[in-house]
Structures are given as C-alpha cells and as structure tokens.
Design a protein around this ligand. Structure first.
Ligand SMILES: [Zn+2]
Ligand SMILES: [Zn+2]
Length: 395
C-alpha cells in the first residue's frame, strides 16, 4: 500500500526515481568530477522545459523555470558528489567504480530534486521562478563556495534557498528543522613541529619534536575545557599525528592535523587563536618551533534564517502533522557547505529521516551505507510542497 501522504503526482514518478537513484549509486563520481552525473541532470531538465546553465564550479547545473507573472524566486539545492570509499554493501547496484561510493546519499538528493523538478514542470501550478541548483564537491571541497564565486546568485538571483540531507537513524517520513545555528563550522589546522634530528642514544644533542608534539596534544585538551564558557559548544580533536620511523632515531619533524568545530564564529576564532598560541608555546618550551596552517577549505557555521525556517517547518507540519517533525531538534556538530549559500541568501537547511536499523540506519560515510529508496517520494513531495507554499499562485 503506498502511503496516502505522498503527492499523487510524485507517486507516479517513484519507479523511475528509484531506478535513477540506483543508477547514480552504481556510477559515483568524486568532487568536481561529476561529469556524467551533471550531464544526465542537465539533459533531463532541458527535456522538461527548464532553462539550463551548466558549468558553474565546473560541473554545477542551475535550471530555471518560470510560471505565471510573479517575481518571487526560490532556489532548491542538491549535492551530486560521491566519496573516495570502497563500497562493501554487496548491493546489486553497488558502485561500479572501485574506490568511489555514494556513501552520503547525494545520489538520493539528486534523484529527489530531479523528480520534484519534473513534477513542478509537468503537473503543478505556481507563480514565480523555481531554480534547481545541482552542486558539485560538497564533501570537503567547498563546491557551494565555488559556485557562488563563479557568480551563482548574480546570474541566478534567488529570494531564498533551501537544501536537505538524509539522516540515518531518523524514521522515514520525519523532517527536522531548527532556526539559527544548525551545523558547526569546520576548520582543519595542520601543525608542524620542527626539532633537530639525531641519534636516539644521544638525545642531548637533539631537539625532540615527538616530546613537544606529545605535550601539545595534551595541552590542546585544555582549550575546550578551560577557555570556552561551559555552555558553548566546541571540538578540538587531533585526528592524526605523524613523525619518526625508528626507536633509535630522533626525527626532525612531527605533523599533527587538528579538527576544530564551533557553533559561533566568535567561538571558532577563539579556538583557532588558542590552538596557534599553544602550538608555538609548547614547541618553544622544548626548544622546537611550530608552523601552524589553517586550511582555506573551511566551512562556516550553518545558520538557518528564522523566517525561511518557519515557512519550511510549516510546510512539513501542514502536510504530515506533528508526527512528521523531529520534536526537539538540536544543533549538530557536523558541517555542511550549504552554509556558504546561507551566508549569501536567506534560507534554511533541513534533515529528513533515512530510516532506522537495517532499513536506512547505517551511518553516513560508512562503506555499507545506502540511501533508503523509501525516502525518495517523501523528499520529492516535500520540495514540491515547499515551492507551492513559497510561490503560491493565489498569494
Ligand atoms: Zn558527506
Ligand atoms: Zn552529504
């Protein structure tokens, strides 16, 4: 029995939507290499009457469709890229490209937005312009920022922008909304500790960067514990440490990579300042020196605008009732590059349940993850309903 909550126009498109999703899953492409994916997306949208631009950030696609006489413009964004992961799902439509995998569900995001696009073009009346934004390189490669730098919102103005992500562990048919800071900033800090290498039996003639690095790792634990107000969220995590090759050699250099997360820009600045200060001070205490580099590919805090979030939430509430909403949505410590689009335009980012347990509960970025096809008609219906609310012909 199909769910009565699914839009009938989307229900009709569900079989091809599932087939397309599984095709995309079998043919994943990494960041900025979404050549076949973006060509497929652009061809379909052209066929449905959209005006299609292909090439922002290399493989980005922006498709516009106007109906009626209204001047309002809504932008909906889906990400298209896969991850460098070797898939272990064993599914019949598992990745055909070894070492590449749709382990974050961007295959599902793309399929849902396409189906919504088809439905909006063929079956739904609205008054204004819909822009469908298919973005490359969400996975740490700031494709959203690149599209904006390439003129996204100058070429294709939008009054508001929206995007969604599937969420494993949350039941299918549930949506989560939160106004204000929703996802954390993400910075990667690389620290090089330079000492003086030499014979492990004569440490007095060396400057040991391993001792300095070990001390720095412990000192970094004090940043969140001692420098942040206890009610503010922050993460400082040393995710990698490399140095040395033998017990009898003092190496010349040790390298650490640190992840830094925050839900406020002021917190983010404080964490970065303290990390840099401690790196230099700890290195100096042991006679070494430190080089500190903050990656340029950082993500800002994702901030959901109150008015647009209220609308996005009201659409789900009116459609599914309280049952369809996450009751007590909290901010998340992960990151998302749609944050760049929300710095440029008002809008909102939401999450949608991917299911629980064996049906959609596998973690994102896990080699056994699969987007749950049962979600597709929910996500596509939601997009159509959001557009209908934003571009209401009788408004
Ligand atoms: Zn991801
Ligand atoms: Zn993702």
């Amino acid at each position: 029995m199909p769910s009565p909550t699914i839009l009938p126009e989307i229900r009709e498109l569900t079989t091809p939507m599932v087939a397309l999703r599984q095709h995309l899953h079998a043919h994943p492409e990494l960041s900025y290499e979404e050549f076949e994916t973006s060509r497929l997306v652009a061809d379909k949208l052209r066929g449905w009457g959209y005006e299609v631009h292909h090439g922002l950030a290399g493989t980005g696609v922006v498709a516009s469709l106007r109906k009626g006489r209204g001047n309002r413009v809504i932008g909906l964004r889906a990400d298209m890229d896969a991850l460098p992961i070797l898939e272990t799902s064993g599914l019949p439509y598992a990745s055909r490209h070894d070492g590449k995998m749709h382990a974050c569900g961007h295959d599902g995001h793309t399929a849902m937005l396409l189906a919504a696009g088809q439905c909006l073009a063929q079956s739904i009346d609205f008054d204004g312009t819909v822009r469908l934004i298919f973005q490359p390189a969400e996975e740490g490669h700031v494709g959203a920022r690149k599209m904006i730098e390439d003129g996204l919102f100058q070429l294709f103005p939008c009054d508001a922008v929206f995007a969604m992500h599937n969420w494993p562990g949350l039941p299918v048919g549930k949506f989560g909304f939160l106004s204000g800071p929703f996802m954390a900033s993400a910075d990667t800090v690389t620290i090089g500790i330079n000492g003086r290498g030499g014979h492990g039996a004569m440490p007095q003639d060396t400057v040991d960067p391993i001792v300095a690095a070990a001390s720095l790792v412990m000192a970094l634990q004090s940043v969140v514990a001692r420098n942040l107000p206890p009610l503010e969220m922050g993460v400082v995590g040393v995710g990698s440490i490399h140095g040395g090759s033998s017990s009898s050699v003092v190496p010349t250099r040790v390298e650490l990579a640190v992840t830094v997360r925050a839900l406020k820009e002021t917190t983010r600045e404080l964490l970065l300042q303290r990390i840099e200060a401690l790196a230099h001070a700890q290195a100096q205490a042991f006679g070494a020196t430190a080089e500190v580099t903050v990656s340029a590919n950082a993500f800002p805090v994702l901030y959901n605008h109150p008015r647009e979030t209220a609308l996005a939430r009201a659409v789900a509430l009116g459609w599914l009732g309280e049952e369809g909403l996450v009751a007590d949505m909290q901010p998340m410590t992960c990151s998302e590059d749609f944050a760049f689009m929300l710095q440029a335009r008002p809008g909102s980012y939401l999450i949608m349940g991917n299911g629980e347990g064996t049906a959609g509960g596998c973690l994102l970025h896990n080699p056994a993850y699969d987007f749950n096809d049962a979600c597709l008609p929910y996500g596509a219906s939601y997009w159509v309903k959001l557009v209908s609310a934003f571009l209401d012909p009788v408004d």
